[in-house]
Design a protein around this ligand. Structure first.
Ligand SMILES: [Zn+2]
Ligand SMILES: [Zn+2]
Length: 280
């Protein structure tokens, strides 16, 4: 029998690709983040390949069990598989089921990415507003944090549940002065970090931006994801050189990596998960 089982509360990186080039080559997958937290189960930003990564995951992940889908914004690397996942979420239920949290331009505009025909099957849809708390399931709350990203509506999220570590996702965005306070309570911080070095008007975080953020807020674990080519080539080395002695455990995410959302937050590398899954 496989010895590895998912904990009750965890995230699994279905993909860690950032920038169009990495997404289009699939040098890294672009599937978003699977999470299970306080009874909420779902995916954040299901980009191209999300459905495939879910179906291929070992140990298996059941799309039919998800009850939450979150889009931080409607760019295609974050949203292309949202309709397929929504079909999975509602397929086995006769009554409307599940929760979708997305931006207004993803849900309602003429150029929306979530198909209208699916909406009657969804129990609750909610639209991000800065500082708004939504509560999809039980005691889980999600706080939306407005971002600044290349002319589209974009929001990050802070997740809280009683007795569990709080965690946050900083999606695609230029660095913003309010981040240290908005994300200050997160014990795990996941940051989309497309760039090795800051570039003006790029609408993305760079590693030095993350470094200055972590000088002002100290999560137990910080994971960079959504990485561009330079980040994939040189990011891990930079992180081990610059962050090894800090209070925050800093990592570059990998496709298939698991982080437990229990105290303490534990990092499970994909090869370790594969190994323990195969052990008799
Ligand atoms: Zn984007
Ligand atoms: Zn993106």
């Amino acid at each position: 029998m496989p010895s590895f089982e998912y904990p009750a509360n965890f995230i699994r990186f279905l993909g860690t690709a950032g920038t169009r080039f990495i997404m289009l080559s699939q040098r890294r997958s672009s599937g978003g983040i699977w999470f299970s937290y306080g009874g909420a189960r779902g995916v954040i930003d299901p980009g191209p390949g999300s459905l495939v990564r879910i179906c291929e995951a070992r140990p298996s992940l059941s799309l039919y069990d998800i009850n939450t889908i979150i889009l931080t914004h409607r760019h295609i690397d974050h949203s292309s598989d949202v309709n397929a996942l929504a079909e999975g979420m509602i397929l086995k239920s006769r009554a409307p089921r599940g929760f979708i949290l997305a931006t207004r331009d993803a849900l309602e505009d003429g150029d929306r990415v979530i198909m209208r025909y699916l909406l009657p099957g969804i129990a609750v849809t909610a639209i991000h507003e800065d500082g708004k708390f939504t509560s999809p399931i039980g005691g889980v709350t999600i706080e939306s944090v407005r971002h600044s990203h290349n002319g589209v509506e974009c929001y990050g999220c802070v997740f809280r549940a009683d007795g569990l570590p709080s965690w946050g996702v900083i999606s695609d965005t230029a660095p913003m002065p309010g981040f240290p306070s908005r994300y200050g309570a997160c014990e795990l911080l996941i940051v989309n970090t497309a760039l090795m070095f800051p570039r003006a008007n790029e609408g993305h975080m760079s590693l030095p931006d993350v470094e200055s953020l972590l000088a002002r807020t100290v999560p137990a674990v910080a994971a960079v994801t959504h990485m561009g080519a330079d980040m994939l080539d040189k990011g891990a080395e930079y992180i081990s050189r610059r962050f090894s002695a800090r209070a925050t455990k800093m990592i570059a995410a990998e496709d298939g990596m698991i982080l437990t959302l229990e105290n303490p937050i534990t990092i499970l590398k994909p090869e370790r998960v594969r190994q323990s899954f195969q052990e008799k």
